[in-house]
Design a protein around this ligand. Structure first.
Ligand SMILES: NC(=O)c1ccc[n+]([C@@H]2O[C@H](COP(=O)([O-])OP(=O)(O)OC[C@H]3O[C@@H](n4cnc5c(N)ncnc54)[C@H](O)[C@@H]3O)[C@@H](O)[C@H]2O)c1
Length: 329
């Protein structure tokens, strides 16, 4: 039985606790949070022990650590956990600085630490199916990928200010999806962005509406469209066009009922946000993490995937600043 320590008992920590509860070969043995009541509440539902983050990391009752704390704490926690010899499941983004992720990468390699970067969308049954069909050659050579990714509503301005900006906080998922589907590293990134949803987001130095074009060395293209608002729910769609056809994954709706009247056809809104939309993906990524540890095989996405997505996010931010495409890679 793999004993997992959860660092951070907030939104995503609770998601991971629910996933672990459904896996036979693993259990949550300890939880820690900067807010004692948050840790106590999750300890109660998981039947685990409350510890300080330091005690959890070095506890003999913990084999692997899930880092679900705010992004600016990941770097130190990764360092402590790797030095303590624990396997690491780290929430995205690994850090907001590519240089600091490089430091973590070196330590992970030096200590031979199993590490998963939690890009959950790779585990979404629809997107995973789409990628496996690309890999099987079902649409021939990939030519152009289109990723549409829009949140139902923007986060608070205080979150925006500490988030690292839309490219590093939100689009990082889509930049990883682009790499996953293109099967080739982008060499150029061109970003445009505006604050159309909330002018306060602009005043906080960020954008809430953005489009990015990535190009690979062989000329494959990916277009990403992001917004912090979608009036019809969480908009998560992907289309891949190739030499022999096209693959498309549509939104997951709240239900599949369609009504037709004299005014036309109508369906339910898209599932509200990531907790509902990616429930199966979160579970599958945790199953993968546990299975890889139990069977002692490599896990993916790796910390290098976390770094490469970060380099693209940094490139997008720089491209927006300079108003021209940026070379990356
Ligand atoms: N993969 C995804 O879909 C997804 C979704 C949401 C959040 N995230 C990522 O997960 C991380 C956490 O986000 P969240 O939305 O759950 O935040 P949150 O604020 O809901 O929860 C974070 C928790 O960590 C605690 N905490 C803060 N510093 C700590 C420390 N040093 N040690 C222990 N606990 C500490 C806080 O008290 C809080 O309870 C972020 O990196 C975020 O980018 C990923």
């Amino acid at each position: 039985m793999l004993k997992i320590g959860l660092l951070g008992c907030g939104r995503i920590g609770q998601v991971h606790a629910r996933s672990i509860a459904q896996i036979d070969k693993a259990r949550v043995s300890a939880v820690a949070d900067a807010v004692p009541d948050a840790a106590k509440a999750l300890a109660k539902t998981t039947g685990s022990e409350v510890m300080s983050p330091e005690a959890l990391i070095t506890s003999p009752d913990v084999d692997a650590i899930v880092i679900g704390t705010p992004t600016d704490t990941h770097y130190d926690l990764i360092h402590s956990a790797a030095r303590a010899g624990k396997a690491i499941f780290c929430e995205k983004p690994v850090d907001l600085s590519a240089d600091r992720i490089q430091d973590c990468l070196k330590l992970i390699q030096d200590t031979n630490t199993p590490f998963l970067t939690a890009f959950n969308r790779r585990f979404d049954p629809n997107f995973a199916n789409l990628q496996s069909r690309i890999a099987a050659g079902d649409i021939g050579e990939v030519e152009i990928v289109t990723i549409l990714s829009r949140d139902p509503s923007p986060p608070t301005i205080s979150y925006i200010k500490s988030s690292g900006g839309l490219f590093r906080d939100m689009m990082i998922h889509d930049l990883d999806m682009a790499r996953f589907l293109l099967g080739e590293e982008p060499v150029s990134v061109y970003a445009v962005g505006s604050s159309l949803v909330d002018p306060d987001i602009g005043r906080a130095g960020d954008v809430d509406t953005a489009a990015v074009t990535l190009t690979t060395a062989s000329g494959k293209i990916c277009q990403i469209s992001n917004s912090r608002r979608a009036s019809f729910g969480y908009d998560q769609r992907v289309e891949v066009h190739g030499s022999k056809g096209m693959l498309r994954a549509d939104n997951m709706l709240e239900n599949t009922v369609e009504i037709a009247t004299e005014t036309g056809f109508r369906k339910a809104p898209a599932q509200h946000f990531f907790l509902e939309r990616y429930e199966a993906a979160y579970r599958a990524e945790m199953v993968h993490f546990v299975q890889a540890l139990v069977e002692n095989v490599p896990m993916s996405p790796s910390i290098t995937d976390g770094l490469n997505a970060q380099i693209l996010a940094d490139g997008a931010a720089r491209s927006l600043e300079l108003g021209r495409p940026i070379s990356v890679g």
